[in-house]
Design a protein around this ligand. Structure first.
Ligand code: UDP
Ligand code: MN
Length: 254
């Protein structure tokens, strides 16, 4: 068996496990990758994402698992907290060392754009069709980000305090900088991606608190994040194409 990271070659369909786990057979993967998808009521997008991204991950010879983290309550959506839950629960499942946090509606177009972690946290959604494949602003850190376990622990994960749409990604960017790291991005020619269109979801209205919190990232990151995360698992089910973690994360009122 080849002991270098394998990113090209053949995927053996024998190497497949329930819960959305794939792994290469003919070479040894250097990274074990968990894909974490925040989710509520986006069944059509999830089906599309799985349809395109499983073959994509397999062609890249990934040793990977897919975790769909569903917020059970009707309370305001909290994308960032679901990401923290995904990181914590996936870590109990397998010794993953790379975590890729991805929206359910972004489909990568080029297989050279590797679902892998780098020396620094990596922003992978830097070339989206909806922004004409350009980066709208330099500190954008939304959509898809990849962290090694060490990098994610260093920033104490995402903030848990962003209820509603917006800001949690900018806050995470500030954590990365405050922790002395920088953001990497792939070449925009190979990171071209499609975004599935949708109206703003009910229960995910734009958050009003966010500017204040974003600017305080360096001050509060060590007390708000993975180390203050509270949730209750409602179910943890291995489906054929993904592991679904349904979770009660409370609400902003608590
Ligand atoms: N999301 C979801 N259900 C919701 C709201 C958000 O599943 O009701 C998840 C989904 O993965 C989505 C991500 O959170 O892609 C980010 O939300 P949204 O797509 O609204 O953000 P934007 O399109 O503005 O980047
Ligand atoms: Mn979206």
């Amino acid at each position: 068996m080849d002991d270098t990271d394998c990113t090209h070659g053949r995927f053996s369909p024998d190497n497949w496990q329930f819960g959305g786990r794939g792994m290469p057979q003919l070479c040894k993967a250097l990274q074990k990758i968990a894909l974490i998808i925040p989710y509520r009521n986006r069944d059509k997008h999830l089906k599309t994402w799985l349809h395109y991204m499983h073959p994509f991950l397999q062609k890249q010879q990934g040793d990977y698992g897919i975790y769909v983290v569903e917020q059970v309550e009707d309370s305001t959506f909290n994308r960032a907290k679901l990401m923290n839950v995904g990181f914590t629960e996936a870590s109990k499942d397998y010794h993953y060392d790379c975590f890729i946090f991805s929206d359910v509606d972004i489909i990568l177009m080029d297989e050279r754009n590797l679902y892998r972690c780098s020396q620094n946290p990596k922003h992978m959604a830097n070339s989206l069709d909806k922004f004409n494949f350009r980066l709208p602003y330099q500190t954008l850190f939304g959509g898809i980000v990849a962290f090694t376990k060490e990098q994610f622990l260093k920033v104490n994960g995402f903030s848990n305090l962003f209820w509603g749409w917006g800001g949690e990604d900018d806050e995470l960017y500030n954590r990365v900088v405050a922790a002395g790291m920088k953001v990497e991005r792939p070449n925009p020619n190979i990171s071209r991606s499609r975004v599935l269109t949708h109206p703003r979801d009910p229960g995910n209205e734009e958050t009003r608190m966010s500017l204040h919190l974003i600017n305080k990232a360096a001050q509060f990151m060590h007390e708000d994040g993975l180390n203050s995360l509270k949730y209750e698992i409602v179910s943890h089910t291995k489906h054929k194409l993904f592991t679904k973690i349904t979770v009660n994360i409370g609400s902003s009122q608590q």
